[in-house]
Design a protein around this ligand. Structure first.
Ligand SMILES: [Zn+2]
Ligand SMILES: [Zn+2]
Ligand SMILES: [Zn+2]
Ligand SMILES: [Zn+2]
Length: 98
């Protein structure tokens, strides 16, 4: 038995790993890799839906999309709104007072 160069995909465990995910570092097969984004299928599913570059931390309470630290703005201790919704005026950062 010599060096095992051929590693199997760490997601499906069936096909040879051809790519390395730039986010989690998993070795994955072609089926489990998104070449365009450079991430594995697991990371793609948890990737920010707004910029698509960073892992999501939570979701926007207005549009429901998941977003990263960069794209979400914390509005209460437990909820976030994405920058896009704020830009479009779907959510006002300050409550109006008379
Ligand atoms: Zn696979
Ligand atoms: Zn990954
Ligand atoms: Zn983002
Ligand atoms: Zn939003």
């Amino acid at each position: 038995m010599t060096a095992k160069d051929k590693k199997l995909c760490e997601i499906c465990g069936l096909k040879p790993a051809e790519y390395v995910c730039r986010v989690c570092g998993r070795r994955v097969c072609r089926d489990d890799y998104d070449v365009e984004k450079g991430v594995c299928s697991v990371c793609r599913d948890t990737m920010c839906e707004i910029c698509g570059r960073y892992p999501a931390i939570s979701y926007c309470m207005v549009c429901g999309r998941i977003g990263c630290e960069d794209c979400l703005i914390q509005v209460t201790p437990v909820s976030y709104v994405c920058k896009e919704c704020i830009r479009r005026g779907f959510y006002r950062l300050e409550l109006r007072r008379r």
